[in-house]
Design a protein around this ligand. Sequence first.
Ligand SMILES: *[C@@H]1O[C@H](CO)[C@@H](O)[C@H](O)[C@H]1NC(C)=O
Ligand SMILES: *[C@@H]1O[C@H](CO)[C@@H](O)[C@H](O)[C@H]1NC(C)=O
Ligand SMILES: *[C@@H]1O[C@H](CO)[C@@H](O)[C@H](O)[C@H]1NC(C)=O
Ligand SMILES: *[C@@H]1O[C@H](CO)[C@@H](O)[C@H](O)[C@H]1NC(C)=O
Ligand SMILES: *[C@@H]1O[C@H](CO)[C@@H](O)[C@H](O)[C@H]1NC(C)=O
Length: 480
Amino acid sequence: MASEAAPSCHLVFCLLISAVVLRPGLGRYTVNSAYGDTIVMPCRLDVPQNLMFGKWKYEKPDGSPVFIAFRSSTKKSVQYDDVPEYKDRLSLSEDYTLSISNARISDEKRFVCMLVTEDDVLEAPTVVKVFKQPSKPEIVRKAPFLETEQLKQLGDCISKDSYPYGNITWYRNGRVLQDLEGVVNISFNKEMDPVTQLYTMTSSLEYKATKADIQMPFTCSVAYYGPSGQNTVYSEQAVFDIYYPTEQVTIQVLPPKNAIKEGDNITLKCLGNGNPPPEEFLFYLPGQPEGIRSSSAYTLTDVRRNATGDYKCSLIDKRSMIASAAVTVHYLDLSLNPRGEITKQIGDALPVSCTISASGNATVVWMKDNIRLRSSPSFSSLRYQDAGNYVCETALREVEGLKKRESLTLVVEGKPQIKMTKKTDPSGLSKTITCHVEGFPKPAIQWTITGSGSVINQLPYTLFSVEPVEDSLGAPRGAI
Ligand SMILES: *[C@@H]1O[C@H](CO)[C@@H](O)[C@H](O)[C@H]1NC(C)=O
Ligand SMILES: *[C@@H]1O[C@H](CO)[C@@H](O)[C@H](O)[C@H]1NC(C)=O
Ligand SMILES: *[C@@H]1O[C@H](CO)[C@@H](O)[C@H](O)[C@H]1NC(C)=O
Ligand SMILES: *[C@@H]1O[C@H](CO)[C@@H](O)[C@H](O)[C@H]1NC(C)=O
Ligand SMILES: *[C@@H]1O[C@H](CO)[C@@H](O)[C@H](O)[C@H]1NC(C)=O
């Protein structure tokens, strides 16, 4: 039994005492609970022998009590007060431990366990803290691309349903990003759901990219407090396409510019090193100050030598960004004089010229009947053996495949010339008469016996054999 001096006090007086004794930090007892879990609050008082009943209450912000649960020690019965917030969520055990299922933010209160005897009221408060881990942060409203030299919205980092609210941090390649005038602008915002009292945190990042941000991962994190302390969760990485302007324009010529010849098609290709690369350019043809707007390839078909010159291309919106290429259209002209089929008389003079005009060093080769000649032909007095098929062929050293050829077929004509020789056989029994005839076209040969007028080789019997043999000059010979 408690003495007169024991705290057998009036209820209001007792509340005052406990308010003083249990100042925050001094004997304050806190239960940390995860959102949705069951909050378990032991009574924290020794149960007296003569206990009548135990009660739990909580305190409203203004300090007024709201009773929620009652357990009679004598009748062993439990009653829960009609408080809508706690309907079906309470359980008061025999040792006066109060359990509240499905913890909510609104359960963050000071609860008090009261044990009442006939002459005493004992109280022990417990403060409830509820924590809700926020969702993994996500980078949303992502920019489709970033641009150098421009402060642009990169994205929002969003983390939902947190209690208490957490802090969002942005990282570039693992390093924390901090506000920097004109380069980094981070703005944080939190919103509380009025029903659940959970916070959704959003952090918007505006960022001015440079080329160094190509392939750089951006992440964000949320730091939050949980029942057992501070934690951090990180988002997935986000990588952005970085747009940057063209700093250099290049021009390519196809086919390779030292192998272009007349009749070719030339394709000019223009490239800019920006991202994305420019799609259109201005092409400038030699001697034309006005550019022609075209996609990155411009083709000239069947070019002639007058297409030789400087070709340029520039950006459309920045004409000082320009590139040029010198193009030479190689050509090779050959003029053979005379050419074709020519008939000349023996002894005639025939000057022959093969004139070359070319864009480079040309080689000249002469052939007669497919045999290479040492020098170019020229005739002061034509002979039968000069007849034949002459070809003047030229090629340009610089350009493979650039060749020209012309031909001259020379025919040398002459009246037949007869030369007779006699030779006595060493036996003295016979004589050989040789008739040598030169002429072109091929002369016909007849032997006749002088005086008789008869044609020997038309006789029915032949004493002599006549064998005309054509030599290389086409001059037939007869022998008896
Ligand atoms: C930073 O972002 C906030 C919110 O988007 C905006 O109001 C503010 O003007 C921005 N500051 C700068 C320097 O751009
Ligand atoms: C959030 O930032 C504030 C101010 O810097 C700090 O007091 C608080 O502890 C931070 N919260 C977390 C969860 O880190
Ligand atoms: C040039 O292009 C035309 C069509 O544009 C084509 O008919 C011709 O064969 C090409 N010439 C060469 C040498 O490729
Ligand atoms: C080049 O010469 C050809 C004839 O060989 C002519 O048709 C063409 O117009 C000329 N082009 C230029 C650009 O002078
Ligand atoms: C012709 O060849 C000579 C030497 O072989 C060289 O010096 C010259 O530059 C060439 N000319 C052309 C037009 O290529």
